[in-house]
Design a protein around this ligand. Structure first.
Ligand code: ATP
Ligand code: MG
Length: 457
């Protein structure tokens, strides 16, 4: 085999195998990161390649980073299950095998080969009793966990506390990371059902065909391979069921759900018995329910059944006062966890945070502070802008990042953008120059001139 063929073979192999492959050089800087690893760890090769592992996995120290260990011990490592987080705080579970790479007897780098761990159960529970389920739950939230004394946040907490005294369904609406799960758990833990199970199911993360059996249960033989199994309604008996991302539930399941709520009985798939259930429903969505109904994605009758009590959670942008309080809270928490002495925030950093957009809301703020704490080298001083992870400053579409990396002069880009917009207007207005010009807010003459120089016909 010649070298070109070997290179092509290697590329084809690495691009297409199911295992994740991550290669670092002898310092721990990434040289190669394949597409399977990308989907496993949720990171973009652009942010990983040429970056040191410490920056990508700020929480991984040498003693638990398999790649760094393989470099220092020069021995392979086989880990059946490794749990870790990337800098965004996304949790990753994988089975990793890691090998040092020797060239002429010297370690020149290391390679990690990963397979996803068996899927975690889709259900999250804060049920106090079984040990097993306790382990699965990283947090048990109550109203005391909620930080923020802005007007908007206080109003939301007051409303939610009233809802905890009621037994009606609640519809929680808020953008990603605004605390929907936090509020749902808090309501349950302050309600009369607090000693009964709280079960959460992410309707968007479960395939349609499974969701129905998970919610309502199955009877052996209902379909090929079906076992007799209690659904979540039965498991949550007497407690609360949190239906997260209700917007991704199909219309058929919505209809079944509505029937259960109206009648108070479930029937397992393939079963013929009606089982009485007493379960309170909290539903959450990050898209306006009115929009969803307009688009025909949410049944009106179900919406009105769930929206008896309504809780709208404000985005972080709407309550900059809370940014300070949340930042201080997270700084204290993460510096304690990392055992680092960090003396508050530099004023310029706080100023910047207060004006940041935070599209990921509180979750984003939390992850930024967590990364900054882990990246900070000189303890004993306040946190400053230079401690923040790079992605904080890069709130730019991937599209623009790739344009940027093409290294073209600005005028060339702008010309390309202009040409595409003019082409689009010209096409949409079916070649009518007056209408296209008015659409673009320029004169006919100017448009004609541009059509000529860009050779648009
Ligand atoms: N007011 C708050 N005080 C303290 N922590 C908060 C607050 N709001 C959110 N958080 C934290 O932010 C993170 C995201 O919150 P949560 O999971 O409840 O958001 P969500 O609205 O369910 O987001 P998604 O739509 O993405 O599922 C969690 O770690 C939570 O603890
Ligand atoms: Mg959530």
């Amino acid at each position: 085999m010649d070298k070109d063929f070997l290179d092509a073979l290697l590329e084809c192999l690495l691009d297409n195998i199911a295992e994740g492959v991550h290669v670092v050089d002898d310092r721990g800087v990434t040289l190669y990161y394949n597409p399977a690893m990308e989907s496993l760890e949720g990171l973009n090769p652009k942010e990983v390649i040429a970056t040191h592992l410490n920056r990508i996995f700020p929480k991984l120290k040498e003693e638990n980073s398999t790649l760094l260990q393989a470099l220092s011990t020069e021995k392979p490592i086989h880990r059946n299950l490794q749990n870790y987080s990337n800098y965004r705080g996304d949790r990753i579970s994988a089975n990793n095998s890691t090998y040092p790479i020797f060239v002429e007897g010297k370690v020149r780098g290391a390679i990690e080969i990963s397979r996803p761990a068996d899927q975690l159960p889709p259900v999250r529970s804060t049920d106090a009793s079984p040990e097993e389920s306790k382990k699965r739950i990283p947090h048990r939230y109550t109203f005391d966990s909620i930080i923020g004394s802005s007007e908007l946040m206080r109003a939301a907490v007051n409303t939610a506390k009233k809802y905890a005294l009621s037994d009606a369904s609640v519809m929680i609406v808020g953008a990603t990371g605004t605390g929907k799960e936090l509020f749902a758990q808090s309501i349950h833990h302050a309600s009369a059902r607090r000693d009964r199970p709280f079960l959460a199911v992410d309707c968007g993360a479960i395939p349609e065909s499974l969701l129905e059996s998970i919610l309502f249960g199955t009877v052996k033989g209902a379909f090929t391979g079906a076992q007799t199994m209690k659904g979540l309604f039965e498991q949550a008996q007497g407690g609360t069921l949190f239906l997260d991302e209700i917007n991704s539930m199909s219309l058929e399941i919505q209809a079944r759900l509505l029937r259960v709520l109206q009648e108070g009985y479930v029937r397992r798939l393939g079963g013929d018995q009606d089982i009485f259930v007493n379960v309170r429903i909290l539903a959450a969505t990050n898209i306006s329910p009115l929009e969803q109904m307009k688009k025909g994605l949410l049944r009106q009758d179900l919406f009105y059944r769930l929206n008896v009590l309504r809780l709208d959670l404000p985005s972080l942008r709407q309550r900059p006062e809370d940014v300070r309080e949340l930042s201080e809270h997270f700084l204290e928490r993460f510096s304690k966890e990392a055992d680092k002495d960090i003396r508050g925030f530099e004023p310029s950093l706080m100023e910047d945070l207060m004006h940041h957009e935070f599209r990921g809301n509180v979750r984003e703020l939390r992850n930024i502070i967590e990364s900054a704490v882990n990246l900070k080298e000189d303890a004993g001083s306040p946190l400053s802008l230079s401690d923040l992870p790079r992605h904080y400053f890069l709130e730019v579409d991937d599209h623009y990042i790739s344009l940027y990396e093409e290294k073209k002069p600005l005028d060339v880009y702008l010309g390309e953008v202009e040409k595409s917009l003019i082409q689009l207007a010209y096409f949409k207005e079916k070649g009518n120059i007056s209408r296209a010009a008015s659409r673009l807010g320029i004169s006919r003459q100017r448009l004609q001139y541009k059509l000529k120089i860009y050779e648009i016909k």
